[in-house]
Write a protein that binds this ligand. Structure first.
Ligand code: ZN
Ligand code: ZN
Length: 199
């Protein structure tokens, strides 16, 4: 049974399944802003290009629910993130497109005993990535500037479809259910794309 913990270890999410379905690099503004906001509150320093991993939305148990708080960047955000309100680690992220089958985490922004050796299969939203350094993206990683090129989209879908999790009724609670049980959802009203300075 794997665990996702915040850095101060007050918050713990125990998973029913240890499997990581896939990993991506994400250059989008929102992943970056959410990491920067956490850092500005005393949380972990995000990587410039963040590595995301996806696990099944099936939670066996949680600890420290009173330290968890759900946030959205703006009104009607598609993503909801659970932070620890003591250490501002992000311990899980829901997006409406995940349909509560999986949820996402950013290993750099929390702690986990999941096997993190999995390599990202694609780098997405790279048009929104403001830095020059892309040396972390090896040649075998599919590079998507946006989702506007049909050819690349087809390649991406072909790559992803065998990796995507199919719906199974969770044995425990789902990540969306956890969001309902924690404090929040607080809307931060951050300006879209606005960078919060890192050191
Ligand atoms: Zn914490
Ligand atoms: Zn993103």
């Amino acid at each position: 049974m794997s665990v996702i913990k915040c850095n101060c270890e007050k918050c713990k999410i125990f998973l029913n399944k240890n499997k990581i379905y896939y990993s991506l690099f994400c250059g989008c503004e929102d992943c970056r802003q959410a990491g920067q906001w956490g850092y500005s509150k005393g949380g972990p320093l995000p990587d410039r290009l963040q590595k995301l991993i996806y696990v099944r939305s099936d939670i066996k148990d949680v600890e420290g629910i009173k330290y968890m708080h759900a946030y959205q960047l703006r009104n009607n955000s598609s993503s909801t993130r659970i932070y620890c309100k003591e250490c501002y680690s992000i311990i899980g992220i829901d997006h409406i497109n995940y349909k509560d089958i999986v949820f996402m985490l950013i290993p750099k922004l929390c702690k986990t005993d999941l096997d993190l050796s999995i390599k990202p299969v694609a780098a997405i939203f790279m048009n929104d990535y403001p830095y020059k350094d892309i040396s972390m993206i090896s040649d075998d990683v599919l590079f998507l500037k946006d989702f506007k090129d049909e050819n690349i989209n087809n390649k991406y879908n072909a790559l992803m479809s065998p990796l995507r999790a199919k719906y199974l009724k969770p044995r425990g609670i789902s990540f969306k259910q956890l969001i309902k049980e924690v404090e929040g959802i607080t809307v931060l009203n951050l300006k879209k794309g606005e960078e919060i300075l890192l050191p």
